[in-house]
Design a protein around this ligand. Structure first.
Ligand code: MG
Length: 132
């Protein structure tokens, strides 16, 4: 007997970036790879989502955002008991090496330099979430 498979979600991802076109590219890419995506444009909104919603599997986050930066969000995440081990991939521009070091010390899982390779990004997410 044949079964009809509906594409199941492979995980819920929060995308935080202040540039609309980057969010759009990331959301499209992730949804095509069967991930569920929520998008926010600020670090403040990212932290609010992560405080309110315990069902995220991973965060894909820009550092340079107005107001609360990605680094501020990483610091804030550490204060949340239930989010302590949440994987966070940081999106950086070239030449932000100091930010990378700080993000690593704050528990970031990995870095992706913009412009990023869509294939490599998805592969890294699959690896982190163990859904490859
Ligand atoms: Mg930015």
């Amino acid at each position: 007997m044949e079964s009809v498979e509906t594409p199941a979600s492979r995980g819920r991802i929060l995308v935080a970036d202040d540039e609309p076109h980057i969010r759009r590219i990331l959301a499209t890419l992730l949804e095509e790879a069967s991930f569920e995506v929520d998008q926010v444009a600020t670090g403040t909104a990212a932290l609010a989502h992560l405080e309110a919603d315990t069902e995220y599997d991973l965060v894909l986050m820009d550092i340079m955002m107005p107001g609360a930066t990605g680094l501020d969000v990483l610091r804030g995440l550490r204060e949340l008991d239930h989010r302590g081990s949440l994987p966070v991939i940081i999106l950086t521009a070239k030449g932000q090496d100091a930010d990378r070091e700080i993000a690593l010390s704050l528990g970031a899982s990995d870095f992706v330099t913009k412009p990023f390779s869509p294939k490599k990004l998805i592969a890294r997410i699959e690896e982190i979430l163990n859904v490859a």
